[in-house]
Ligand binder design. Structure first.
Ligand code: NAD
Length: 324
């Protein structure tokens, strides 16, 4: 049966990749994108796709959200719209609280009012592993771990996760939440580490590295994340949360070195050229040291697994940002 799905934040990095994936895999469905088109959006990434409609609007607008879900008979909501950059949350936290907490509230409330208990309609909330705080040298984040967010960004996402949980527990809304590790891949805003580093390497400009560069992240190719979101939407259990990660821990320094080598190779430069651009800068305030995900639950219960090799994924990413 053809359905209409709503993707909030569908003009952003992960959202636009998800729009392309759902469009490819579900040729009968209509896709409605609700996006405010902040600085982080690039609507050109989803232009020209039939059955995809972009509505420019704010997720905090409950009336608009209710109208869209009701008018179009939306049965599935992927909720990705958010303020997403940790550094910006440190210098200007207000927007993060309004969008991530207030916006998630409005989207949940709209779904609750329109769906009125229909269990075949589902709300998938896309969240981050940063809600769990920072790890020491060992251990991994998992679904039953206590929340310990450290930045205004992660605190606002943690609050939104709790709202989602409460809407299931109190109202019986069919919700699922995913907490994913750092994504990389095409269509990301150039302020984020990987696109920033690639474009600076290409221009021969200094590549800033926070602190000692030994902060660890568990990098996942964005297409693998989108595959996980599709799997959870179709097969996840209502009220459950799923941690999503690539089992791919890398220090920032190791990641930058790999990018340097791949950019040099791509541009036909002598190896070592880009590595000379590495510049250590003062660490981010409250910088979490290590994130790592235990993805056993989504693998064992829903059969999802990250499919992309790290070097291959990063190589494709370099090629995408450097294409003429
Ligand atoms: P992004 O910043 O690239 O995109 C966010 C999108 O949301 C943009 O298109 C923006 O215009 C839109 N938006 C922002 N405020 C809005 C508002 N008030 N109303 C409507 N639209 C608004 O972010 P992303 O990296 O694609 O992340 C998407 C989601 O995934 C976020 O919820 C984020 O917390 C989560 N997440 C991201 C990562 C990652 O590594 N990027 C990892 C795990 C989870």
């Amino acid at each position: 049966m053809p359905e209409t799905i709503l993707i909030t934040g569908g003009a952003g990095f992960i959202g636009s990749n998800l729009v392309h994936r759902w469009h490819r895999n579900h040729p009968q469905d209509r896709i409605q994108v609700l996006d405010k088109l902040t600085y982080a959006a690039d609507p050109k990434q989803i232009e020209g796709l039939d059955r995809v409609e972009l509505v420019v609007g704010d997720i905090q607008n409950l009336e608009l959200a209710r109208h869209l879900i009701d008018k179009n008979g939306v049965t599935k909501v992927f909720h990705l719209a958010a303020e997403s950059h940790v550094d910006r949350s440190i210098t200007g936290p207000a927007e993060f609280i309004q969008t991530n907490l207030g916006g998630t509230f409005a989207m949940l409330e709209a779904a609750r009012q329109v769906w009125a208990g229909q269990q075949d309609c589902r709300f998938l909330h896309i969240s981050t592993d940063e809600v769990y705080g920072s790890l020491g040298d060992t251990g991994k984040f998992h679904e039953t771990m206590a929340y310990a967010p450290n930045s205004p960004y992660s605190a606002s996402k943690a609050g939104s996760d709790h709202l989602v949980r409460a809407y299931h527990h109190t109202y019986g809304l069919n919700v699922v939440t995913t907490n994913c590790s750092n994504n990389y891949g095409p269509r990301q805003h150039p302020e984020k580490l990987i696109p920033l580093a690639i474009t600076r390497m290409a221009k021969g400009e200094p590549i800033p590295i926070y602190g000692d560069g030994l902060n660890v992240r568990d990098w996942l190719y964005v297409e693998d994340h989108c595959a996980a979101l599709e799997t959870v939407m179709l097969k996840g259990v209502a009220g459950e949360t799923y941690c999503v990660g690539g089992d791919n821990e890398q220090t920032n320094l190791a990641l930058i070195d790999l990018l340097c080598d791949l950019v040099d190779q791509h541009l036909g430069r002598p190896q070592g050229t880009s590595r000379k651009l590495k510049t250590f800068v003062q660490d981010r305030a409250g910088h979490d040291r290590r994130y790592a995900i235990d993805a056993t639950k989504i693998q064992a219960e829903l059969g999802w697994k990250a499919g992309s090799g790290f070097r291959e994924g990063v190589s494709q990413t370099v090629a995408w940002y450097l294409k003429p």
